[in-house]
Design a protein around this ligand. Sequence first.
Ligand code: B12
Length: 471
Amino acid sequence: MKKPSILYIKPPDPYLQDEFVYQQLGPHYIQSYTNHHGYDSKMLIFYVRDRDSGVEPTSVYDLNMLLYDGDTEEYDGIFDENIFSEFDLLALSVMSPQAEYAYWISELVNQKFPDKKLMIGGSHARYYLDQVKALPPELAFDYIVPQDGWLPMLNLLERNLPDLGRSYVFSHKQDLKQIFTPPTRPTSLLKRYNYEIAGLKAYHMITALGCPFSCHFCESGFENVRFFSEDMIKMDLARIAQVHKELGRDRYSIMFFDDVGLLNPRQAQKLSNLIKQEGYTTWRAFTHAYLIVKYEDRLLRPFHESGGRRVGIGLETGSQKSLDLINKRNGKKQNVQEHYEAVKVANKNGIAVDAFTMIYPWEDLSDLKQTTEMIEFIVANPVDGQDEKGRPLRNYVDATIMTPYQGTKFNEMIQLGQIPNVRLKDKITSDLLFYKGTNAQSGWPYAETKLSREQYIKEQNYRNSLRPKYR
Ligand code: B12
């Protein structure tokens, strides 16, 4: 019997100004695994045509699509629904901001290709499982995979895509040490992606899933950390280095995007060795303020010596009151003073900081002032080093307004009235406590906040205006 074929589908990424900044890894991990097991598949990447026009797409026909068969780009142009007729399984990978687009696709398939099986995986299925399960028949999926995709996918393929009724949930947590198939990295696809670290073209990868921290604004607070094997990391690093070389680059860069980038000196050393072995010139990883303060050179020296030039840190806020409420370290105190210290230590060691901050709906003028002062300090603090283009390295900042998404502790606390001066609207529609698809901004779910929305937006704009022109 012929093995079922799969079309992996990535809906557009409405978040970034440009679609082609980061490859969406989820479907590439699963594709590599099904390739290994002998199943034919292609990758379909949707993107918004002519983003700069400012015209928002309102249907799937407003989108463009890119079709990849392995390393070969087969098509790039206006969406053609006939593509769906060629495959047995249409498998979507969806983060919540992409959900709106994903439902355009499921609606079309349910209407015009009812014999095809539809599957949804990714963080949207995980964190909004109840809503995905409750989708009306015209938008619903056959299979919902809220956790890891490897085993559910293989199992359903081996059973020749059984009829299990609509919205069948198949949840599985994988021992990542048993996965030896790094994500597919088609050179011609990666060529489209543009991101630089310290002046060199960079791609990103992950070493682990989950997060050991407990930030009350995050949906994955308290998710166990599971590491991929060192072999898997090596294979992925080697493949990415090969892509860079195939694209004619002899100096190239990598970013580790997981939450556990530089955790301790031993691990930083291990990653640094791998980076050197594969010939990378610069790299970036995430770390935490208290770790930089705790380990200083022991953490940062191996990083810097192997080309580490930027660290991402969720500094969140300059207000101690807000930092305490966030509860990043699950009951352990983190001090705002450590944020200043960490930036100074990193910069002195030749490493620039990408600082992520938020505005919180309980904040008063003095909280806002404290974070703004911290940001002013960060952007002004000199970094002792240059990038690969000979420009001084500069710190970078990002400011957003916190939305208490479903499944976060803040959502629960606000609903229970535990945060003074903050109330949510009685009627929460999907564009309020949900990532809004087409412009990737959250709505304003608050019935009451300490200051007005306008005050918060003004402060946010000011903070983001301090960003350097490059990073
Ligand atoms: C890298 C990253 C980004 C990058 C790149 C995004 C991209 N194109 O991939 C950038 C910076 C752009 C980004 C932006 C945002 N991100 Co982000 N990001 C991540 C991060 C750190 C890693 C993603 C990743 O590569 N994971 C590795 C892969 C293997 O995991 P995965 O995709 O979940 O796939 C697994 C399963 O979900 C499943 N699966 C996935 N796809 C499929 C498909 C099928 C068919 C099957 C069967 C299974 C399956 O199998 C995989 C293996 O288990 C995750 C956190 C994390 N550690 O996952 C957050 C995360 C995905 N991001 C998140 C958020 C909130 C955002 C933003 C909204 C942030 C903001 N406030 O603006 C934006 C929105 C982006 C958008 N799409 O519009 C949330 C999403 C929550 C949600 N409800 O969907 C996460 C989970 C972090 C968090 N806990 O808050 N992000």
